[in-house]
Design a protein around this ligand. Structure first.
Ligand SMILES: Nc1ncnc2c1ncn2[C@@H]1O[C@H](COP(=O)(O)OP(=O)(O)OP(=O)(O)O)[C@@H](O)[C@H]1O
Ligand SMILES: [Mg+2]
Length: 235
């Protein structure tokens, strides 16, 4: 069952994310989504699941302006992003978005703390303050002792926590997280999830996270399932 924007999240006015009639096709004749609608309200925490290959990462990429729809509109913070130039979309991501990628995407030649402080430097903050803020967040995430390690020296779980710090450090209004606790052992996953939720809540940031974890889904305000039939609410 595909659902309308109003059914999946209420009024577009108060929404930080609005997708309306979005269609994305990679293989001719086999659209991944057709007429997809979604609203996410400011500060809302939404969990998204669905089978592998159904298009969860693609959906996040569309909201992040890393991909553009074939038709339909994508608005974030009341602004159409599907019509922006590539440069404008990059600026939008830098200023308004935190993204935890499925494959981390840490910069290999930068240490953990340098990776985590990057969004602050890109926003023009001085190095000392940026490093202190990133260091605090990494410490909260249990990485105080690994601050100066390079991604190649970190475990998958440690890299994931650095990616989490990098997504949260500049206090974005929207955080997109692609299986943010997927590579972590249960105890570390719980810590990372709590840090993600707490930071989003204290800063009023909306969160859309792809997750297969029942624990992560349980702390979300809403749970969505993506299937070949489209997006649907689940309990
Ligand atoms: N840039 C691209 N070019 C061609 N096909 C693509 C591209 N990006 C994604 N696809 C295809 O679209 C489909 C959905 O991919 P996507 O990565 O969004 O799935 P997913 O739901 O995130 O899967 P997983 O749970 O395995 O991460 C896949 O069949 C993938 O091969
Ligand atoms: Mg994916």
């Amino acid at each position: 069952m595909s659902v309308s924007a109003n059914e999946v999240g209420g009024s577009a006015k108060t929404s930080v994310v609005v997708l309306a009639g979005v269609t994305r096709t990679f293989m001719p004749g086999r659209p991944l989504f057709t007429d997809l609608n979604l609203c996410i309200r400011a500060g809302e925490r939404v969990a998204l699941r669905g089978e592998s290959g159904v298009g969860k990462s693609t959906l996040l990429n569309l909201i992040a302006g890393l991909d553009v729809p074939d038709s339909g509109t994508v608005s974030v913070g009341g602004r159409r992003i599907d019509t922006l130039s590539a440069d404008e979309r990059a600026r939008f991501r830098r200023d308004s978005l935190g993204f935890v990628f499925q494959a981390f995407h840490l910069l290999p030649h930068l240490s953990a703390v340098q990776n985590a402080m990057l969004p602050l430097l890109l926003k023009g903050q001085g190095e000392a303050r940026a490093q202190a803020a990133a260091g605090d967040l990494l410490t909260q995430l249990g990485l105080a002792a690994r601050m100066y390690a390079y991604p190649g020296e970190l475990s998958g779980g440690e890299q994931q926590r650095v990616a989490l710090a990098r997504a949260l450090v500049h206090g974005p209004q929207l955080v997109l997280a692609d299986e943010p606790t997927g590579n972590l052992d249960p105890a570390t996953a719980r810590t990372a999830l709590a840090a993600l939720i707490d930071t989003c809540t204290s800063r009023g940031a909306a969160l859309l996270m792809v997750t297969h974890s029942a624990e992560a889904a349980a702390v979300a305000d809403r749970r969505l399932v993506l299937s070949a039939q489209g997006l649907a609410e689940s309990t």
